[in-house]
Design a protein around this ligand. Structure first.
Ligand SMILES: Cc1ncc(COP(=O)(O)O)c(C=O)c1O
Length: 383
């Protein structure tokens, strides 16, 4: 978090983007795009807070979408190249998608065959067409995020492609990483060359998907640049692309919450918050992981132990445990760190719990409110 920001006038609960920290991340992607022959896009599935798009667009070359609605948002609010890949397109969406997409990637040969005539007949626009491939390598152990698991439904395996690239295909998309390092990128490219090498001379582009956590402190950016340059030397006709989500907004903002109640038990104190893990920070329960809280640390002998409780009545809507230098009190504000990626795009209004507002701290540390939610937002989702 940037220093000297006044957080007292932020409504609670609230997702807060820190623009200065976003700039710091964008500088890393700028460096990669300058040094390596690659175009980097924002994956809207990870972060779709469109108020931040003007800032992101100063560096990134386009946006990637996974549905008609994301494609429309990308076209309306990002306004540059729109790449779309959906695991399965709905026939009624394809016509409108084609009005937005510069690149359209299919998950199966069957879907490409189903929509080929419509795509090729669409005028005046004709998207460049891709196929998602299965590189048969993923460093990700959790099956929730491993798209190369046995019998995966995501991407075509080399053995099923035969020897001939289906007509009309310009590029491949490979998404097999998640919060991964440059060595996983290197291994991915090696697998693609081994398994799909026979098709590479015919390709115009190769999209390496997301999961490249270039903004994590220990990511070896120089190594990634070397790996990308080496691939380009071997296949100079292929435009390399990448569409990270998490990495763009990694550690660029927080979710502010307020302590509503403190419920002591024999071992610890349950902290009842005005936010919910299941509704507002679902990855904490799904991944799962324990988020950092500003000024909190692991439980320590002699210090009160606090368990963070969400505001829904789901029994498992809690996470912990933490200790603080000072004891907590009702009304205290807590900042859950690194809450920009896969939060706002995944939140729900389960239990009708109050939905966090959305805002930003500008580069001078001044808070601006972008969105507040009301009962009408909750109601309109249901009928
Ligand atoms: C096809 C595709 N591209 C890009 C991404 C973004 O990945 P990340 O946010 O891990 O960078 C995902 C995430 O699931 C994806 O499925």
């Amino acid at each position: 978090m940037t220093q000297n920001n006044d957080v007292t006038n932020i409504p609670s609960p609230c997702f807060v983007l820190e623009e200065q920290l976003l700039d710091r991340n964008l500088a890393i992607f700028d460096r990669v795009q300058t040094a390596a022959p690659i175009r980097i896009m924002l994956a809207l599935k990870g972060f779709a807070l469109f108020h931040a798009f003007p800032q992101i667009r100063t560096t990134l070359k386009g946006a990637s979408a996974s549905s008609l609605w994301e494609a429309r948002l990308a076209a309306e609010e990002f306004g540059t190249e729109v790449h779309i890949y959906s695991p399965a397109y709905r026939a009624e969406d394809v016509g409108e998608i084609l009005t937005y997409a510069s690149h359209m990637t299919f998950n199966s040969i069957g879907q490409w065959e189903q929509f080929r005539a419509q795509v090729e007949g669409s005028a005046p626009h004709k998207a460049s067409i891709g196929l998602r491939i299965n590189p048969e390598y993923s460093p990700v152990e959790n099956p929730l995020y491993n798209s190369c698991q046995p019998s995966t439904r995501l991407g075509v395996s080399a053995v099923h492609l035969g020897d001939t690239l289906p007509a009309g295909i310009d590029g491949f998309l490979s998404h097999n990483l998640c919060e991964s390092d440059s060595f996983a990128l290197e291994k991915t490219l090696a697998n693609i060359e081994t398994l799909f090498g026979r098709f590479l001379p015919q390709l115009k582009w190769l999209n390496l998907g997301g999961g490249h956590l270039m903004t994590r402190k220990d990511y070896d950016v120089n190594h990634a640049i070397e790996v990308l340059k080496a691939f380009h030397t071997r296949h100079p006709h292929i435009q390399l692309l990448m569409e990270p989500g998490s990495a763009i907004v990694w550690q660029t903002g927080f979710l502010m919450a307020t302590v509503l109640d403190l419920i002591p038990t024999d071992e610890l104190t349950n902290v009842m918050l005005d936010v919910s893990f299941t509704a507002h920070m679902p990855d904490c329960l799904e991944m799962p992981y324990k988020p950092a809280i500003r000024d909190a640390h692991e439980p320590q002998a002699g210090k009160a132990v606090y368990r963070m409780g969400g505001s829904s009545c789901l029994a498992g809507d809690f996470l912990g445990d933490y200790s603080f230098e000072q004891e907590l009190a009702i009304g205290d504000r807590l900042l859950f760190e690194d809450m920009m990626h896969y939060t706002m795009v995944k939140t729900s209004m389960f239990n009708g719990v109050v939905h966090p507002s959305i805002g930003a701290l500008d580069k001078d540390g001044k808070f601006k409110l972008w969105r507040e939610f009301s009962y009408q937002d909750y109601r309109s989702k249901l009928g």
